[in-house]
Design a binder for this molecule. Structure first.
Ligand code: GAL
Length: 688
């Protein structure tokens, strides 16, 4: 298992480290210390363009080679970042057209990373040449095990730039999609407010305007910007695969926040890497949700340096960040626990951000493995070194294991982008919050979850949740039907099938293309402000632990063959169906026409479990998070105590504790922020 750190050797030369006689002396010292921490991999280089190409065409990769040689002497491997995330000042001066223009037409200036328009021809030309030169200079270095393309793409709000090169590419993209102007006018609905165009170059970019742009045009703009990012990564991947075919390619992603299609991007990578700021957030189920989303981006065709099929954590923040209002220290033990959370959900490599707190620059008070003063506190270093020791013990058991989920939540960026557009039926509705309610209910019952687009193979999942697929194409609707037809259980919710992939509302009933699947038609929907609610009255076997409200959105359902599970209890639609279930082929289609509070989703999961199919991993107290990795019947369980106090767990059969090598049976107290990694005791397994 790879365990390492993000290193910026360029920041540790004389006069910031080393000596006048030996300006790079610090590198050797760093490599020795890294070994002491147990690190076997380092990521380098992602912001080093200005140091690797000091003037137009004048390349110097020798310093990176010297660093890699030193790391090699200490048994440390290297992931090299292609440095396109930080173009040098000389490039912006020689080609100011690479600088990004914002939606008000104002140019953002050089002097920081990411000061580029990703559609700029000059930027592409210079990026290609840089990546080619880097791959030729360092691609065969024995320490190089993988490439990271660029860094945190879309970060610092750079998903879109409104430059003239962008305008040209936008028009070409639209022409390739719609072929004729008539079709473009039709499919984008440009008759609204009479905004018809007669030539491709008349189509606006959605820049600042008096009021909202056409939603279909904005959606296409989001798709176009996403395609641009994916093509930019694809361009670099093509060069790297050509020059260094045996070095896998990745890039580091954040929790599906940046505005591009993360699934599309994962398609052009060999493996997914993520960054995590888990230690600064409070809710474990929110962090778990983000990890599961990112793990789910690439489920097959994974190629990693060690052949494992998990994801990498390229930047696990080693301590405090520097971009919150108050950047508190991460409490002892918390970093360890959240690192285990990543491993428990499928991470096969962990690299900490960053090696040492920088002495200068905008991130100089960002946390790190080591402080500015190397003789200073070793608190974080020691905690990380302990994790390293433990992962060495666990590595043989984890090798080749995977997270296998029984439940799946459908998510598409197209839908999320559409729901974030202005003028929705209820601006207080948030898809992410809605998904989180469902995810949390599954997480709290220790049920493993994947995320997927509807066009993936869903057949392995016992249950699929498809929350608020407002935008749903006929093809995707058919895939959901096929899943149920063949025996699956689908749970969909309000705000589904309201528009097709062109953002056009159907002139038949809601949910579009799915009324037969659910055996109903949504005839009207009411929306409520957060201060108001309706209530649900349940019929039959649905277990209700609380009175459940209907919040934000109430679909008025006309049953057409479905069974009614709950109705609304007040207002003019009192008594109308709110939750229903329909048998379709061999499966069941459940429709929840409203949003409720967290207790409802816990009850929903309890009911779905009763119906069969879903298996919580272990029976543990509420505040213990459980995840599991398995291979060929061998199961490794992770139990995480997110509390600041010990939590007692009861084991009815003997379990084997990997970290201590001892056996556990009966009561066991997991310490505050403690971690337990176990499997069934071998004797029990043989006996079973
Ligand atoms: C990441 C980025 C790093 C660093 C870090 C700070 O998104 O990749 O370079 O800036 O944030 O937390």
């Amino acid at each position: 298992m790879y365990f390492g750190v993000d290193y910026y050797p360029e920041q540790w030369v004389f006069p910031y480290g080393g000596s006048a006689e030996n300006p790079e002396a610090q590198w050797l010292h760093d490599a020795q210390l890294m070994r002491t921490a147990g690190f076997n991999v380092v990521r380098l280089g992602e912001f080093s363009w200005g140091l690797c190409e000091t003037e137009d065409g004048k390349f110097d990769f020798d310093w990176l080679k010297r660093v890699m040689d030193i790391l090699g002497e200490h048994g440390i491997q290297v992931v090299l970042g292609t440095p396109t995330a930080a173009p040098p000042i000389w490039l912006a001066k020689n080609h100011p057209e690479i600088l990004p223009v914002d939606e008000r037409g104002i140019t953002k200036h050089e002097g920081t990373r990411r000061a580029v328009c990703l559609n700029s021809d000059a930027y592409w030309t210079y990026s290609k040449r840089l990546v080619e030169n880097m791959a030729q200079a360092l691609g065969n270095h024995p320490q190089l095990i993988a490439w990271q393309i660029d860094n945190s793409l879309g970060g610092n709000f750079t998903e879109a730039a409104f430059n003239e090169d962008t305008r040209r590419d936008w028009h070409l993209w639209l022409e390739a999609k719609y072929e004729t102007i008539e079709r473009l006018n039709q499919m984008l609905g440009l008759r609204h407010w009479g905004q018809l165009v007669t030539a491709w170059n008349q189509v606006p970019m959605p820049m600042a305007a008096p009021t909202v742009h056409n939603p279909a045009l904005v959606l296409d703009w989001n798709r176009f910007c996403s395609d641009t990012i994916v093509q930019f990564v694809g361009m670099q991947a093509e060069i790297l695969r050509r020059l260094t075919p045996d070095r896998p390619i990745t890039t580091n992603l954040r929790a599906l926040r940046h505005r591009f299609d993360h699934f599309d991007l994962a398609d052009v990578l060999d493996f997914v890497s993520i960054e995590s700021t888990a230690a600064i957030k409070s809710k474990p189920s929110e962090i778990a949700c983000e990890i599961d989303m990112l793990r789910s981006l690439k489920k097959s065709g994974i190629k990693t340096p060690d052949g494992d099929t998990g994801f990498w954590v390229m930047e696990q923040k080693a301590g405090n960040v520097n971009w919150q209002e108050v950047n508190a220290l991460v409490r002892p033990g918390v970093l360890r626990m959240f690192t285990y959370q990543l491993v428990s959900r499928g991470a096969t490599a962990i690299l900490f951000f960053r090696w040492r707190q920088s002495r200068y620059g905008s991130e100089k008070f960002h946390g790190a493995v080591l402080p500015h003063n190397l003789e200073g506190s070793r608190r974080v270093f020691n905690e990380i070194a302990q994790i390293g020791e433990e992962l060495k013990i666990l590595a043989p058991a984890l090798k080749g294991t995977k997270v296998t989920a029984e439940a799946c939540i459908i998510y598409t960026h197209d839908n999320d982008w559409t729901l974030q557009q202005p003028n929705p039926p209820n601006k207080f509705f948030s898809l992410r919050e809605h998904i989180q309610l469902i995810y949390t209910a599954l997480h709290d019952r220790n049920i493993l979850v994947d995320f997927a687009r509807p066009n993936e193979d869903l057949s392995a999942y016992k249950i699929v949740f498809a929350p608020s697929l407002h935008l749903l194409s006929a093809g995707d609707a058919d895939r959901l039907k096929l899943y149920v037809q063949n025996g699956g259980t689908l749970v969909s919710t309000f705000n589904t099938g309201l528009v097709d992939e062109h953002s056009i509302v159907p002139d038949s009933g809601f949910p579009h293309n799915l009324t037969d699947l659910f055996g109903l038609e949504v005839q009207e929907f009411d929306t409520l402000p957060p201060s108001e609610e309706n209530h649900l009255t349940f019929k039959g076997a649905f277990p209700t632990s609380h009175l459940h409200p209907a919040k934000l959105w109430c679909d008025m359902i006309e049953p057409k063959g479905c069974q009614i599970l709950a109705t609304y209890s007040k207002d003019f639609y009192s008594g109308k169906a709110a939750i229903t279930m329909n048998t379709f082929g061999l499966g069941k289609a459940i429709y929840i026409g409203t949003q409720s509070h967290q207790h409802f989703y816990h009850d929903l999961v309890a009911w779905l479990r009763q119906m069969g199919g879903l298996h919580p991993l272990l029976k543990v107290p509420e505040n213990i998070e459980v995840s599991m990795r398995e291979k060929e019947g061998a199961r490794v369980y992770f139990l995480l105590n997110h509390q600041n106090s010990p939590v007692r767990v009861q084991f009815y059969k003997p379990m084997h504790d990997f970290l201590t090598g001892s056996n556990i049976v009966g009561n066991y107290d997991i310490p505050p922020h403690g971690v337990l990694v176990i499997d069934e005791h071998p004797e029990v397994k043989t006996a079973g």
